[in-house]
Design a protein around this ligand. Sequence first.
Ligand SMILES: Nc1ncnc2c1ncn2[C@@H]1O[C@H](COP(=O)(O)OP(=O)(O)OP(=O)(O)O)[C@@H](O)[C@H]1O
Length: 330
Amino acid sequence: MSTLIPIDEGAAVVPEGPVPGGEILCRDLVRIFATDGVEVQALQGLNLTVDPGEIVAVVGASGSGKSTLLTILSGLDTPTGGSCVVAGTDLLTMTHRQRVAYQRRSVGFVWQQTSRNLLPYLSAAENVRVPLELAGTGRPRERARRVADLLELLEVGHVADRRPGQMSGGEQQRVAVAVAVANDPRVLLADEPTGELDEATSAEVLEALRGVNRETGVTTLIVTHDPAVSEHVARTVQIRDGRTSTEVLRRTEVDEHGAERHVAEEFAVLDRVGRLQLPQDFVHALDLKDRVRLALEPDHVGVWPGAAGPAARPGEQPGERDDDGGEEGR
Ligand SMILES: Nc1ncnc2c1ncn2[C@@H]1O[C@H](COP(=O)(O)OP(=O)(O)OP(=O)(O)O)[C@@H](O)[C@H]1O
């Protein structure tokens, strides 16, 4: 027995509830850019929760809104609407002073362009020392120890005295990660950190980010085009048209013989008012457009092309159903 439910009624019963705990909490985030009288909605009600200590990758096609999201999370841009709280700081209402403190203490960044991450005339060790000195962290001897420990953690101790121009791209990015976490931020944001690297070096840098996340517990968000990132993190969030659309969760299972097996499962993201985006290949495969029919089954929801509808399933004749729910004209 299946029952069509009016979409709006279904949405209304989803409780509004308080925002649950999370180190990154974006609710209905909207960013509209207006240039020459034309409006572009780069983020269209994006929802994202990242728990403390989690490492998450955000992937999406060009123009889907990834950089816009990261620029907001890093405190360099302000959203048009919605809410966004990172490391306990409300990014919509923070004052200028709070913004400076947030960028110095609460978040660390790694950008795609190595030249944006490191000062070219300083050595690796000096680059890592700069944020410690700016924040007045510890005494000189403690700073020197922290610098050495961080370079060791990132496996770039051997380039401590080299300038960026004397390091490989992968070494530069690993030093950049050391700089980003020098002041022990709560959140680490990386924008295409492997964009300028080859496949093997990219894997090393992603592993370095994972190692830092594991060792220090810093909540880590990596924005990338690189679909291979999913192999390095437990959770990959896909953005489409300025919204989170699907998530891939990876876990390791051990079978009865003790052998480990990596399992990746893809989920559609359901927002708090019950909206979801169907994957594009599903939409194309059934030529879904304009409106669809929904049917609630005991353990799943069915989606049918609007014209055919649930009544077209085997064993049921069109007209047998009295619950076609007034889809027309909605
Ligand atoms: N400052 C801006 N002014 C006007 N439109 C903008 C601005 N920044 C971004 N956009 C538009 O917002 C949308 C999302 O852009 P965004 O850069 O966030 O995408 P992206 O997923 O990071 O893309 P890419 O992977 O190519 O960097 C695009 O349509 C883009 O043209």
